[in-house]
Design a protein around this ligand. Structure first.
Ligand SMILES: Nc1ncnc2c1ncn2[C@@H]1O[C@H](COP(=O)(O)OP(=O)(O)OP(=O)(O)O)[C@@H](O)[C@H]1O
Ligand SMILES: O=C(O)c1ccc[n+]([C@@H]2O[C@H](COP(=O)([O-])O)[C@@H](O)[C@H]2O)c1
Length: 190
């Protein structure tokens, strides 16, 4: 079983998230993709964050792509940092191969995450391109420090079988959608 672990605020979910999930399933050959709805990104202001239950419902309505599982286990197990989330999954499900899935904007600031080197050293990572974020991601401290561990996107399907550190950057169709933009549109500020 090969699972893509795709964490997000999903505040609200949008087509960009769907593209990330579909891209990861197809190009990595995932058995399932878990949409892990965070109780709150440790680096973000939570002022505009909708309640967890509401975001889970929205992701459920939205995460129709085949092979999707929507989960709020971070809240259930009281973990918030991704390193703890991934350590928990590895401990509880040693039978599974996992890949951390994120967008290029997250890769650009990945070096600010708690224990980011532990994540990179222990879990293969797949990054999906995002408009405006290609260069910041590929010039990031993560990309530079782990340049030796990059897997060419043409070989992305071997990533789940590689010992970490291993990561790939998936170019391809991109989507402009953003939760901030959707929230601002609802609030009438854009
Ligand atoms: N349009 C997109 N293209 C590629 N990746 C995306 C896109 N939108 C979100 N992601 C990725 O999905 C994950 C969850 O993102 P998140 O829920 O923060 O959405 P967001 O649109 O970036 O939200 P916000 O505008 O509130 O910061 C992150 O890994 C992020 O990089
Ligand atoms: O662990 C961290 O330090 C950390 C810092 C920033 C973001 N994350 C995780 O990255 C995922 C995407 O977050 P977001 O808010 O951009 O959707 C989500 O699972 C967050 O918990 C994790």
């Amino acid at each position: 079983m090969i699972v893509g672990v795709f964490g997000g605020s999903f505040n609200p979910p949008h087509e960009g998230h769907r593209l990330v999930a579909e891209t990861a399933v197809r190009r990595l050959g995932l058995t399932r993709i878990w949409w892990v709805v965070t109780p709150g990104n440790p680096l973000k202001d939570h002022g505009a964050l909708r309640p967890l239950d509401e975001r889970i419902d929205l992701v459920h309505q939205f995460a129709s792509p085949a092979k999707s599982t929507v989960t709020a286990f971070e809240a259930r197990y009281k973990v918030r940092f991704t390193a703890d989330t991934l350590a928990l999954v590895k401990r509880r499900r040693p039978d599974m191969r996992i890949v951390w899935v994120m967008g290029a904007d997250s890769m650009a600031s990945f070096h600010r995450w708690q224990e980011w080197r532990w994540i990179a050293d222990n879990v293969p990572i797949a990054v999906v391109d995002r408009p405006g974020m290609t260069f910041p991601a590929l010039a990031s401290p993560f990309a530079r420090r782990y340049a030796f561990a990059r897997v060419a996107q043409e070989r992305a399907s071997i990533l789940p079988y590689r010992q970490a550190p291993a990561w790939t950057f998936l170019f391809g169709p991109r989507n402009e959608a953003s939760s901030t933009r959707l929230r601002n549109a609802v609030a009438g500020t854009s």
